[in-house]
Design a protein around this ligand. Structure first.
Ligand code: SF4
Length: 363
């Protein structure tokens, strides 16, 4: 879902050169001083990241925003991130998403009506069974609130295993949204056998579901996926190992389990950055995540050879790429008058409950 009350960056901004926009952004930042903080996700373009105050993954940035003294939080990322920043922000803070078209197709795969339908269907099938819902950070605010209302929680790719442990202390089954692969990879790590993981196809009709497989399952995973991370295939790993003997391969847990099984290391974007930093000079590292992060890392660490895992296959998040210098400049210039991102009060309250449960388990 996209914010509905946003001005679109006018052509007068889009026609400026990168140099003009950069100068304008710097000047406006200086003018606003401590009133604004610019948060840039790891997958943003290099030019945007260079002008931000903080770079990180979605959850780390939301926490930074909430702790900042700034009144204006400009979140260069996608819609669910800015929503999460609103949920965690103080009442005096305003959050802006510079490009309103920057959504997340994976988050959109778990539409709340569909989730409620599945929840009802499951309870009809499993009377008296306690099911704990867990939503990945990469989900819409209303799904986060659903977890808060139904004794569940949120997790990130760093603490999904802790969220599983938390869930199994409180229920017999987990329902994980929206990413099948993070859910499956976490279940694998947790030692849950394949026949006890059920993939909930939200496009399938109830009569087509295997009721016995659902009764047997410990974990039910929503059939969502990230089109960026699911680009990576086992043959990419095999090819790069053949081409570069000794290469280290690090991937994100939104990749399929087959890719994860062949990698040297798996973890969140922050884990990937740390992994690259820790490899000695001269290392060859292939990275299975969004190409803008890989590109930036390769420029930051010229003493290492840093490669995209899938080579010429374009593992790019177009939604992350939507935010341009023009969008950032326009937002900063008009931050006093633009309508900020908002989340329904009731949704905020329940989503915050689910996020606070995540905070309690640690990262
Ligand atoms: S990289 Fe994948 S999960 Fe992240 S914003 Fe893009 S589509 Fe969504």
């Amino acid at each position: 879902m996209l914010p509905n009350a946003y001005s679109v960056t006018p052509d007068s901004y889009r026609s400026l050169s990168d140099e003009e926009l950069t100068a304008r952004i710097r000047a406006r930042k200086a003018e606003l001083g401590g009133r604004v903080v610019i948060l840039t996700h790891h997958y943003q373009r290099r030019a945007v990241v260079a002008l931000g105050d903080h770079q990180g993954d979605s959850y780390a940035l939301c926490k930074i925003g909430a702790k900042a003294s700034a009144t204006y939080i400009v979140f260069c990322g996608v819609h669910f991130m800015a929503e999460s920043a609103v949920i965690l922000a103080r009442r005096d803070q305003k959050v802006f998403l510079p490009n309103p078209l920057a959504g997340c197709p994976m988050a959109d795969m778990a539409a709340i009506d569909s989730v409620y339908g599945a929840w009802e269907e499951l309870h009809h099938l499993l009377p008296g069974i306690k099911i704990v819902p867990i939503a990945y950070m990469n989900s819409a605010a209303d799904l986060k609130a659903f977890c808060g209302r139904n004794n569940g929680l949120i997790c990130t790719s760093s603490n999904a295993d802790k969220a599983f442990a938390w869930g199994f202390e409180r229920g017999e089954k987990l329902f994980f949204f929206p990413d099948e692969h993070l859910g499956r990879n976490t279940a694998n790590k947790y030692g849950i056998s394949r026949d006890r993981i059920f993939v909930w196809d939200f496009n399938s009709r109830p009569q087509n579901r295997d009721a016995d497989a659902i009764r047997r399952a410990k974990v039910i995973v929503w059939k969502g996926y990230c089109h960026v991370h699911s680009v990576f295939q086992p043959h990419h790993v095999l090819q790069i190992r053949e081409q570069y003997p000794g290469v280290k391969i690090v991937v994100h847990p939104e990749c399929t389990e087959d890719v994860v099984a062949l990698a040297d290391s798996v973890g969140s974007t922050s884990h990937i950055v740390n992994y690259v930093v820790q490899q000695p000079p001269g290392s060859i590292i292939a990275v299975g995540t969004e190409l803008n992060l890989v590109d930036r890392l390769s420029h930051q660490y010229p003493d290492k050879k840093i490669l995209e895992l899938a080579g010429q296959t374009c593992a790019m998040c177009v939604n992350m790429y939507r935010t341009t210098l023009a969008d950032l400049a326009y937002t900063l210039d008009n931050v006093d008058t633009l309508r900020p991102m908002s989340v329904d009060e009731d949704v905020t309250i329940h989503a915050r409950v689910a996020l606070e449960r995540m905070l309690a388990i640690g990262g």
